[in-house]
Design a protein around this ligand. Structure first.
Ligand code: C2E
Ligand code: CA
Ligand code: CA
Length: 563
């Protein structure tokens, strides 16, 4: 049962109190006090008092004084006060009203009027309270809805909201041709690592504000994950280049001496009935084809890509059985010493002999396996096969030729990576010198600390480590000094550039000089011409790998070449 509201009657006259009690007792709980001071004590012990009936003339603390006291207390000032005065005493009524009383009763009491006045005061107050609560609720609901619909850091839509708003927009404007664009920042993590998350956040916010400036009102946009954004815009109003340019401008304002690259995948919307998440997937697919590409910053989704996707699905469905059925094979590409022009090493490169499709090159499946994690299984298989071959040469008493294998960065998440590697060598009674490990440059950025630790352990055991693909992406001379690799493997991109630019030659010269200072030897890969070879010789590069000397060879042909 609901508790009845509690009224405090403050009056020094016993008779008055008795009369008031008679009027209210049916509907209210009653407490009484003989003067202001006692009233204060009662208020302390009765926190739920709903209304005070207050006499003005009382000994010790009178009605005005109690009113003044109540007013200066944040809690007590909320309790409505109805004063009772002698009939016609307008002066005290006015004074009491000024002090915060809400209404007054006049003696002698007319029970019905008294009861109604008090009920009215209570009802009015209750209504006011309800209104404030309602207003608060509406505000809270609005806020909660905003929080749920928006990405809190940038203030733009989050994924689900982007989806619903975009679908609504497409259906409301069937005469407009739209395109959906997914955006991704190249190596966003590096920005966070180099400049701190505040700067990383500023980059993301810069993107959101650029959308506000350009897309607001004509299209939709949102943030999907950390550094992934999406927008849907009318094709004849905005171009991808234009957006890219504006994003760059927003990055310039941050004044970092680092080139932030943004990549875009574009899906042209022909049929608005295609589910929105599928549209995003397709834009994303287009995006993936150019990630890390310096020349191209956006790509369109087309049917060829669709085929690629289907092909990828096929590969995924085949990969496990292919591994079990030994369809993967290693080819060896000899590495030559520049001075002696003799084979001093080799790189193991995987090939897939598919029963129906023939030979599949790693470019077609390695990136996919790196994404779906299968690469660790394939790598382990390649290492094992390589060790088997090394062991075979050793037992046959053939010349020792160390072979380097590729270590995909995903292996670095395996906490037992070092132990597994060592166990593999021991299984085939091999020396750590026999197997070199190629770790691609970009892995150094993503796992810096963990990688350095792992490298340290491997090197301690005697493994030689190569920094693969140096110069292909975010490499700097600075990185050279931070990463204690034994051998620097220079990417073909550098070699390619040699023909066209003097600067490439100069940079290469200093990279090699720097590597020498740091006690690393240098292998250049992708060497295809005599000119390239001669140039590399002239700047004291140690070894070369490339079609100029030999393509990757099946093991028997490799044997024939080296023995
Ligand atoms: P990578 O590690 O940079 O390997 C060098 C690639 O350059 C090989 O391509 C090789 O055939 C090619 N190449 C060598 N000399 C020349 C040249 O003179 N000109 C040109 N244009 N290319 C040359 P391949 O065998 O197609 O392998 C491509 C990539 O696939 C490798 O790049 C590596 O990242 C990956 N890969 C290959 N095998 C494995 C593996 O067993 N495990 C992992 N994780 N990755 C592998
Ligand atoms: Ca390699
Ligand atoms: Ca390489």
């Amino acid at each position: 049962m609901d508790k009845r509201p509690e009224i405090l009657i403050v009056d020094d006259s016993k008779t008055n109190r008795a009369v008031l009690r008679g009027i209210f007792k049916q509907n209210y709980e009653l407490v009484e006090a003989e003067d202001g001071e006692i009233a204060i004590q009662v208020l302390e012990s009765h926190p739920d008092i709903a209304l005070i009936l207050l006499d003005i003339n009382m000994p010790r603390m009178n009605g005005y004084e109690l009113l003044a006291y109540l007013q200066q207390d944040s809690q007590l000032s909320n309790i409505p006060v109805v004063i009772d005065t002698e009939f016609g005493d307008e002066e005290s009524e006015l004074k009491a009203l000024k002090l915060g009383a809400m209404d007054f009763l006049t003696k002698p009491y007319n029970p019905e009027i008294v009861l109604h006045r008090v009920q009215n005061v209570m009802a009015k107050l209750q209504l006011e309270q309800q209104h404030t609560e309602q207003r608060m609720n509406e505000k809270q609901i609005k806020e909660l809805r905003y929080q749920a619909e928006h990405d809190l850091m940038t203030g733009i839509y989050q994924r689900e909201t982007f989806y619903t708003k975009t679908v609504a927009m497409l259906h409301a404007n069937t005469d407009i041709k739209y395109m959906l664009i997914q955006w991704d920042i190249e190596r966003f993590k590096v920005i966070n690592d180099l400049y701190g998350t505040d700067v990383g956040d500023a980059v993301l916010i810069g993107i959101a504000r650029t959308f506000d400036d350009i897309v607001l009102g004509i299209g939709t946009y949102g943030r999907l994950t950390a550094d992934n954004f999406v927008c849907c815009v009318p094709k004849d109003r905005i171009s991808v280049e234009q957006l890219l340019k504006q994003f760059e401008k927003s990055f310039c304002r941050l004044q970092l001496n680092y080139q932030i690259s943004l990549y875009a995948g574009v899906y042209d919307i022909h049929n608005i009935e295609v589910p929105i998440d599928q549209m995003c997937d397709r834009a994303c697919l287009a995006l993936r084809t150019i990630k890390g590409n310096y020349m191209k910053h956006y790509a369109m989704y087309d049917n060829k890509l669709r085929e690629t996707m289907l092909e990828e699905q096929y590969i995924v469905s085949e990969m496990q059985s292919a591994l079990e059925e030994h369809q993967f094979d290693i080819y060896l590409q000899p590495i030559y010493n520049i001075a002696s022009e003799q084979v001093v090493s080799a790189e193991a490169l995987v090939r897939w002999h598919h029963p129906d499709k023939g030979m599949i090159m790693p470019g077609l499946f390695i990136p996919l396996f790196e994404r779906n994690g299968f690469i660790t299984k394939l790598d382990a298989y390649v290492w094992e096969r390589t060790c088997q071959y090394l062991k075979k040469r050793k037992t046959e008493g053939k010349k020792e030729i160390p072979i380097s294998v590729n270590v995909s960065r995903m292996n670095l998440y395996n906490p037992n990576f070092c132990e597994d590697m060592i166990a593999l060598l021991q299984k085939y009674h091999l020396d750590a010198r026999a197997l070199k490990l190629e770790i691609t440059e970009s892995a150094y950025i993503d796992n810096a600390r963990q990688l350095l630790e792992t490298m340290g352990k491997l090197q301690e055991y005697g493994f030689k480590i190569l920094t693969d693909d140096f110069g292909s992406g975010y490499s700097s001379l600075n990185m050279l000094k931070d990463v204690p690799a034994d051998i620097l493997k220079i990417d073909m991109k550098f070699i390619d550039d040699l023909e066209h630019s003097d600067r490439a030659g100069n940079i290469l010269t200093s990279v090699i000089r720097m590597a020498k200072w740091l006690d690393m030897s240098v292998v250049a890969e992708g060497v295809e011409t005599k000119r390239q070879f001669e140039f590399l010789r002239s700047i004291e590069c140690d070894d070369v790998q490339g079609y100029y000397f030999s393509r990757p060879l099946p093991i028997d042909q490799f044997e024939a070449l080296v023995d």
